[in-house]
Design a protein around this ligand. Structure first.
Ligand SMILES: [Zn+2]
Ligand SMILES: [Zn+2]
Length: 221
């Protein structure tokens, strides 16, 4: 298996996990799956590209795997209520995947001077209204205004999830400290490709950003 950012490698990684006996879960299905010994949460933060998110979703569907997609409201690259984007998000949902909120309250507060909790509630409400579904899970976007290394300032260290109608947040100890967490942030697997972790940890939260992945080449498709 040769590591790359190709969707074909992603498929290989999942197939390998499958054959090693891992189970997969969304956040909302976690309460019914948490006893499984080998468990993977596949998380995708859609920062820029919904079409590439759809590619991930199709691979997972083909393998009978469920994953979670976090949708951004402030992306300069897409609008979830634009016709094709909306239909792609609905298609992802229709495949049995979960859609959650990729919130970015610190940047928006810095830009607007508005209240953090109020911004969060409005982001959540907007996404629920656009998609016509309840949103129960949330993941923080890597804000420009974030101070210091990862998560030195995280919304859910300041606000309880239930206070803003969220049941599952990705930074929760259950998913972050008690699982091996790996991420391809900035197009770089800091701790090595996901294929190097599958089989070495029983429980993983694997975060990928669809914008870095492609079929042939980054600039094409
Ligand atoms: Zn690899
Ligand atoms: Zn993000």
């Amino acid at each position: 298996m040769e590591c790359s950012w190709k969707f074909s490698h992603y498929r290989e990684c999942l197939a390998a996990a499958h054959s090693l006996g891992y189970q997969f879960t969304t956040f909302s299905n976690y309460p019914s799956r948490y006893r499984k010994k080998k468990l993977i949460i596949l998380r995708h933060d859609i920062d820029f590209s919904v079409p590439r998110a759809l590619e991930f979703a199709k691979i997972e569907r083909d393998l009978g795997i469920e994953a979670v997609y976090f949708v951004r409201l402030h992306s300069p690259a897409y609008n979830p209520f634009e016709y094709k984007t909306y239909l792609a998000l609905k298609e992802i949902l229709g495949m049995g995947h979960e859609l959650g909120l990729h919130f970015e309250v610190f940047d928006f507060q810095a830009a607007t001077g508005e209240d953090l909790v109020d911004i969060f509630r409005r982001e959540k409400g907007a996404l629920e209204n656009i998609l016509g579904i309840p949103v129960v899970s949330a993941a923080q976007h890597g804000d420009y205004t974030r101070v210091g290394p990862d998560y030195s300032r995280h919304f859910f260290t300041q606000v309880k999830p239930e206070q803003v109608g969220i049941k599952y947040q990705t930074f929760d100890d259950r998913f972050f400290r008690h699982m091996k967490y790996i991420s391809d942030s900035s197009g770089h697997w800091r701790e090595g490709c996901m294929c190097q972790h599958i089989g070495h940890h029983d429980r993983l939260q694997i975060l990928t950003h669809p914008c870095w992945w492609f079929h042939k080449h980054y600039h094409v498709e």
